[in-house]
Design a protein around this ligand. Sequence first.
Ligand SMILES: [Zn+2]
Length: 548
Amino acid sequence: MPSLRRTRKKLQKQVIRWTIWLGITLIFVLGMFSGFSWVERQVRGLNLPRTIARVNGEEIPRQQYEQALIRLTQFGSHRLSPQDWAFFKEQIFRELVDNELLRQEAYRRGLRVTRADINKRIDELVQLQLVSAKQQYERDKDFRDFVRRQYGSFDALASDLRRQLGRQRSAFEQDLLMEKLQRSIEQEVKVTEKDLLDTYTKFRLRHIFVSTDRFLPKGKQPTDQERVEAKRKALERAKELREQVIKGEDFTKLAERESDDPVTKRKGGDLGELSLDAARWRIGEDAMSILPKLKVGDVSEPIEGFNGYHIVKLEGKRVEPPEDYNKVRYRCEEKKCGNIWLGERGEKKCPKCGSTKIKQIGERKKELLDELKQQRVQERRMRLLQELRERARIEIYDPELKAIAASREGNTEEAIRYYREALKIALENPEARRHFLFPDLIHYQLSRLYMGQGKLKEAEREIRKALDYSDDNELHIQLGSILLLQGKKDAALKEFMKVAESSPTPSQRLVLANYFEQLGRKDLAEKQRKLAEKEGGSGGLSIPLTVR
Ligand SMILES: [Zn+2]
């Protein structure tokens, strides 16, 4: 079972990262734009650009990025590992880019936030704060006395709160703009009862798949032009096959002869019964809108799928709504009871207390419809963001962020060059640390990149330089693994032992256990696993693994 446990720990770590991440985004969106303007192009005394990037020409100031990083370091007592830093820097950067893209989209839609909008929001928040302040007192009188003593009057307290909130006007502006964008997206999404029933429908389908690959030149890497051409030909072919079916050719036989889907070809294209959601994955996104419009016996126009086109024959369908689909929701009006339940239409009394004072407060069908709507709005928002990202012109100026982006795209040489640039800035002036440029972290990243290239000597050199700056366990583990790859088993063992004796985290212990095993030291491995279990169990890491 150790491998399962390892996976769990790994997941837990991921979840912790994401939880911290969600925490900071919420905080930093509010605190972000406190807005003093930076006029100079570079950070004083450092060769570091004040604009980290431009998104479609609009600047993202370094200040926003650094404020988010400051909040990250203030968040809890969690100590960030080198990997965490790289992860959060990239996430924060992406978030800033997304915010900017959404802001631009809101403007494109003609959405604006007025002074009156902001004032209204501030008033609402003042009211909320007053209510929650009042709740801390048992008696109204105590609260009134407190206000009189501290502020003189309620009006004075309210205007004090208003003044404080007024400092965050630009944060409210961004929030309100995003809310307006959300409403604008919601208005675009219409969901009917038929749409809802479609999600409970099983479609019995056959398909013929025409793969794009079949039209690509053989034995060489195709050019973009050739890909486009192959796609066009595949679509053409799919249309021809559909014509043949319409003219009376047997779909099953045609599928056996012509389909490029090896799994269903022999079964005459039989896909069995698919829900709409399953069909979307099996066939393509457009199946979601096309399938519900087909009548039994119909053959669809070509549907674009992953790497080709499908023509689909609908052979039957049946709707299977959930059992509670037609139930209604009641609430018991008896003060002591307050029971809420789903029941049949026309119920007369509360199943819990027997009272007849019951009230129908909703329908299950409507609740399901709302859920579907929210889901579709969410999908639409994701798709919109995806499109905005694809169309966006993003120029990155910060060398470390450039390196992270290059590394993500697999351009290792480029990434190394940018990390060297960042390193130079970090070494020129110790002030760079205050701007979150850490030599040890850059050396660590360089080491990882060299390792990926199989350049173990360089990787070792970089990680040893990183260790000149900090004694971090992750760095020692990295050094140990590089030594191990070079066959220097004794030296590797020594590194791992060092980590084992300096109170590593439970997940680091599991990593160590793995290495000890590779070094033939089952005894040490077992010891680390036991300790990991013990410490992990008492460490209170009880975050559920289902968080997405
Ligand atoms: Zn009741």
